[in-house]
Design a protein around this ligand. Sequence first.
Ligand code: XMP
Length: 333
Amino acid sequence: MDQNKRPDSMERITTLALAQTFIDEQVKAVQEQVGDKKVLLALSGGVDSSVVAALLIKAIGKQLVCVHVNHGLMRKGESENVIEVFKNGLDANLIYVDATDRFLDLLAGVSDPEKKRKIIGAEFIKVFDEESAKLDGISFLAQGTIYPDILESIKQAKGKKAVKSHHNVGGLPEDMEMQLVEPIKLLFKDEVRVVGEALGLPHAMVYRQPFPGPGLGVRCLGAITRDRLHALREADAILREEFDNCGLAEKVWQYFVAIPDVKSVGVKDESRYEGWPAIIRAVNTTDAMTATIEEIPYPVLHKITARITNEVDGINRVLFDLTPKPTGTIEWE
Ligand code: XMP
């Protein structure tokens, strides 16, 4: 039987009861596969790796070693939240690596989007490898692979050209000695969320909007600077807070701020004030291949504009991106 093919008979996991059955089966399967050995997991805080972490903690407890690499391109509060949920909440064996300076130093002055993506992807693997080399006796590598990832790699193997070099964990070394543990590889995203809820993960984590591997790095457009990255993180947090407040967070598939490397003339406290524009993007899609624009009520946009321009240093304008995909991709880079 092809382990990477979802059997036609596999029931869609739509309820907590079905999720519980799946969890029980996987706990047993993982225990059998792993025995008393140790398993390593790159825990980004995204839905997939979080669900795998919670599932494996249930199955093998401290035999799971989670490594959370903060590349300095996380959204506001995100790394703190990973520590709170997994280390404090689930008593996970969690190694936290703050690699912010390494990433930002490497990215300084790099404006080409593909170069930025490649640097972030390669450095991520490097940091992760360095951390795992410090650990003794790891026999398995867990991954949050899900079924669309498998379908996508089959498509790419058939020669379709990728629009962007997406990355999560990235290419695994061919001579890797660790065996893979991929407990959710036959699940679709909606099923992963139900399983996450059944495992008791916070709703906000399980229903988190998609966030690209290179993080805010592809939203701080052009060459990343620390001051513009800081402004982006603060503006993005305000956008998320306001979308939460008015119920849009539940309705819109993906929403975020991007900031270009451009300044315009503005006025603040009766003086000339040169600042960046914050670009808001709010899109709906089913498969991320095409996307439409959510109609945000003007009062909401006015409130977000007022808050961002008043509360975030360096921003003097707010723009709303009306471009569907195509012609725009969802991310700006
Ligand atoms: P684009 O910009 O290609 O994005 O229209 C489609 C979806 O993919 C997300 N995205 C990524 N996700 N690693 C990821 O895991 C990446 O490198 C990456 N780049 C883009 C994007 O946020 C959108 O949801």
